[in-house]
Design a protein around this ligand. Sequence first.
Ligand code: AMP
Length: 185
Amino acid sequence: MLVILVGPPGAGKGTQAKQLASYLEITHCSTGEMFREACRSETEIGRKVVEYMNSGRLVPDLLVEQLVAERLGQEDCKDGCLLDGFPRTLVQAKDFDRWSKENYHPINRVVEFKVDEETLLSRLLSRGREDDDEQVIRERFRQYKELTTPLLEYYEDQGVLARIDGIGEIEEVFERIKNVFQTSP
Ligand code: AMP
């Protein structure tokens, strides 16, 4: 099974992704977490992406695609995974479609988290992650709108998109997500 989560920064994707992956019994793969880990351990990939991460810009497609292909080739992703934060551009989505059809599983579901910008901003400012200062957050919103939102139409056309309201208590939002998986696409 292959599931993708899409949503703006601060939409609560990470928290929900962990619960959902365990509910669906698939591995959770967060490209953001992988990159942060690479930066912390100062690997070659970490050195290449640190500037992008700190300024709120997206990492170049090819780098992300390599990271994901490598990760999904590992044993714990054999039966599927939940992708949190990938794909994030149309190029990534199209390349990934091709790649996953040939080498992996077809996409079962793409879940979009809908949260208004004001709520997002206040959530992010209270979270206090390194890339969470206001200017960087605004840049991440801008990148999301410009580069990531076109994915929604792309996946809608493929009939795999489900939209959920991301505002509410964690358990309440999780119930909405679970409902998505109790109905067929
Ligand atoms: P996240 O934790 O998902 O918000 O990701 C943190 C940062 O990692 C982003 O602001 C990007 O710089 C980078 N990143 C994560 N996933 C991707 C992706 N699919 N494409 C490009 N950059 C990414």
